[in-house]
Design a binder for this molecule. Structure first.
Ligand code: FES
Length: 140
């Protein structure tokens, strides 16, 4: 007698009812009308000149611009679109900008990278104070 195992495999198909997960709902939260993740394309009024102290910086989230002021009073402005993968930077502590996406850090006084993964400085913008109002413009 040949005793053979009958390898009867019970294939249990469990009704894996996978609910589709909205995987592409992670784009920027779109404020109506505001281009929240776009770089500056035209001269834009940001706010009162007095908002930027000497040796300090102010982040204008809606416009994706940071403005800093040196001790001699001169202003600098940088785009706060991260040079790593294009996220809008939303955090400023003192003069340090931190990108929420992968943690790159930038110096708001110089635009330079303080912490990887970004390797390229922030884009510098033109900036001037017109009648007490800071106006930033795309450079060049
Ligand atoms: S996009 Fe800013 S750190 Fe990656």
């Amino acid at each position: 007698m040949s005793g053979r195992f009958s390898a009867s495999r019970r294939t249990v198909l469990r009704g894996a009812a996978l609910t589709p997960v909205a995987g592409f709902a992670l784009t920027a939260c779109s404020d109506n009308g505001a281009a929240t993740s776009a770089a500056l394309t035209e001269p834009t009024e940001l706010g009162a000149e007095s908002e930027v102290p000497k040796g300090g910086a102010t982040l204008y989230r809606d416009q994706n611009v940071v403005v800093s002021r040196a001790e001699d009073g001169s202003l600098k402005a940088f785009s706060t679109i991260c040079t790593h993968a294009g996220c809008p930077i939303n955090k400023l502590e003192g003069t340090k900008l931190t990108c929420p996406c992968h943690g790159s850090e930038f110096d708001a006084m110089t635009g330079k990278v303080l912490h990887a993964p970004a390797t390229t400085s922030l884009d510098e913008l033109s900036v001037e104070a017109k009648g007490g109002t800071i106006v930033a413009s795309p450079a060049g």
